[in-house]
Design a protein. Structure first.
Length: 255
């Protein structure tokens, strides 16, 4: 595989200030893309700017994916800065582990908050991202899903699981609805990944050992490993891949 397989691509990544989104933004820059990094966390975006030092190839935009005007403006600004977009990575999400619960205990207010970010925010990113891709003649969409949205492995996180199931459904309707217009859409499905939200688990050796028993590779993934899958799905090497649900989970869903 070429080390610059995204040369000339113009990408937008939401949830780009931390975790998998941040790793994806840095991966895209390393592979030759121009990247618009969208997040609500301005200080983290500024830290990313300092680390990347990518000049005109990096644009940081503070936006809230749950606010249609905000995310539409970010997509518009990215398109204007880069002369269009070729790739949309809909990644922004929340996972309120301490508050999420089983269905019979889950508050509707919390469910709505999770869905507002993880599903409505994903939809709004894709809605306005698709409009930009249509203007430039096609491109690629990658949505971040989760094994919890495909398997009943986290019943105590009902809200998060429901939202991620929706992410897969959204990906598939985009794939089927826009293929004839030159747009591919795929979902990446990270398993347990060493990101900020998982620090309580990662910092608990006994609990971590118990959890990774269910992972054939026997460890948590790194954000960079998930970012590599996202980069492939966004690249021309995946030109015949659409509507796929691509696991980067250490084999979790294989057993």
């Amino acid at each position: 595989m070429s080390g610059r397989r995204l040369e000339g691509k113009r990408a937008l990544v939401t949830g780009a200030a931390n975790g998998i989104g941040r790793a994806a933004a840095l991966k895209f820059l390393a592979e030759g893309a121009r990247v618009a990094c969208v997040d609500v966390d301005r200080p983290a975006l500024e830290a990313l700017e300092r680390e990347a030092a990518a000049g005109r190839d990096l644009l940081t935009l503070r936006a809230d994916v749950t606010d249609e005007d905000s995310i539409a403006g970010a997509v518009r600004d990215a398109g204007r800065a880069f002369g269009g977009l070729d790739v949309v990575i809909a990644n922004a999400a929340i996972e309120p582990v301490d508050d999420d619960d089983y269905v019979h205990e889950l508050s509707v207010d919390l469910l709505r908050r999770i869905l507002d970010v993880n599903l409505v925010g994903l939809f709004l990113t894709c809605k306005h991202g698709l409009r930009s891709l249509l203007e430039t003649g096609g491109g690629a969409v990658v949505c971040t899903a989760s094994p919890t949205g495909l398997l009943g492995i986290a019943p105590e996180e009902a809200g998060y699981s429901i939202s991620k199931s929706g992410a897969v459904g959204l990906t598939r309707v985009i794939a089927s609805g826009y293929a004839d217009r030159g747009i591919r859409a795929n979902a990446v499905v990270p398993g347990l990944t060493a990101t900020r939200v998982n620090l309580p688990l990662l910092d608990n050796p006994e609990l971590l050992a118990e959890v990774v028993k269910a992972i054939p590779l026997g460890r948590a993934g790194r954000p960079e490993e998930v970012a590599a899958v996202i980069a492939f799905l966004a690249s021309d090497e995946a030109s015949y891949v659409t509507g796929a649900v691509w696991a980067a989970d250490g084999g979790l869903m294989a057993i």
